[in-house]
Design a binder for this molecule. Structure first.
Ligand SMILES: NC(=O)c1ccc[n+]([C@@H]2O[C@H](COP(=O)([O-])OP(=O)(O)OC[C@H]3O[C@@H](n4cnc5c(N)ncnc54)[C@H](O)[C@@H]3O)[C@@H](O)[C@H]2O)c1
Length: 261
């Protein structure tokens, strides 16, 4: 049992909650008393996180949905309201990356990345915000990336989508302050998740060594653990962050602070 119980009696939706950062966020929210809808394309992954939470006395449902599809997003919100009673919090975490230079990536690949990472946040917010209004307020955390600020090669679609998330977050925060809904985004550096592992597998050499090498690019010498990002997300969702809205919250262990040397 956590020493905190900031989310007792609340309902949170976590997209991409089946693995990686989303699973860490879902577990942390459940530990602090929230009922959690784990919204994911991957039915087995969502189901296993929901089962794990239920096994430790928490409340969770697995909701299979593609966040980039309007019908799926609407149904995911409806199912959450039907099974858990409403929506207080939305964590727009689902994301994908496809690598390649612009002349080489296909239109379909561009659409997959932008539809998941950016349009998915629009659609989930579109259907979740009216439910938050009904409860008298709420909070949203959108997932951007340090790649919205500093870039690398072969991530045009991903970086463009993550830049869009920062802008989307600011306007959502302004539009819904009157509804008592705070909206922030988080910009992580490299986090040890299946997404990072997949990227490391594409690089030459041993993936574990590649991740260690990427860790050394961060000033503290290691990549970030998913639980460290979950702590930031819970802070931003909680009333501890009552003064924070419209923020692009960098959680990159100092990666983007360095530049000249
Ligand atoms: N891992 C990193 O280094 C890193 C760094 C910066 C930002 N981020 C961002 O953090 C978020 C989580 O990343 P992660 O590393 O945990 O990723 P991950 O690939 O490990 O997990 C992503 C989850 O999202 C789900 N998903 C993918 N497309 C979906 C869709 N269309 N609808 C519903 N679910 C979908 C996947 O099934 C998976 O469970 C992403 O938005 C990512 O861009 C990650």
């Amino acid at each position: 049992m956590s020493s905190y119980d900031r989310f007792t009696g609340t309902v949170a939706m976590v997209t991409g909650g089946g693995m990686g950062i989303g699973a860490a966020v879902a577990r942390a929210l459940a530990r602090e008393g929230a009922s959690v809808a784990i919204v994911d394309l991957d039915e087995d992954a969502a189901g296993s996180v929901a089962k794990e939470i239920a096994g430790t006395g928490g409340r969770a449902v697995a909701v299979v949905a593609n966040v980039g599809n309007a019908g799926d997003a609407q149904k995911a919100v409806e199912r959450t309201v039907g099974e858990l009673g409403g929506v207080d919090f939305l964590v727009n975490n689902a994301g994908v990356v496809i690598y390649g230079e612009v002349p080489d990536i296909t239109e379909a690949e561009w659409d997959t990345v932008v539809d998941t990472n950016l349009k998915g946040q629009f659609l989930m917010s579109k259907y979740a915000i009216p439910e938050m209004r009904r409860r008298g307020g709420g909070a949203i955390v959108n997932f951007s990336s340090v790649q919205a600020l500093i870039s690398q090669r072969e991530v045009a679609a991903y970086a463009a989508s993550k830049g869009g998330v920062v802008s989307l977050t600011k306007t959502l925060a302004l539009d819904h302050a009157k509804d008592k809904i705070r909206v922030n985004c988080v910009l992580p550096g490299s986090v040890r998740t299946p997404m990072l592992w997949h990227a490391a597998e594409l690089a030459p050499g041993d993936p574990e060594e590649t991740i260690e090498q990427w860790g050394r690019i961060h000033p503290r010498g290691t990549v970030i653990e998913p639980e460290e990002i979950a702590s930031v997300v819970l802070f931003l969702l909680s009333s501890d962050a009552s003064a924070v809205t419209g923020a692009a919250y960098v959680a990159d262990a100092g990666l983007s602070a360095q530049n000249a040397f």
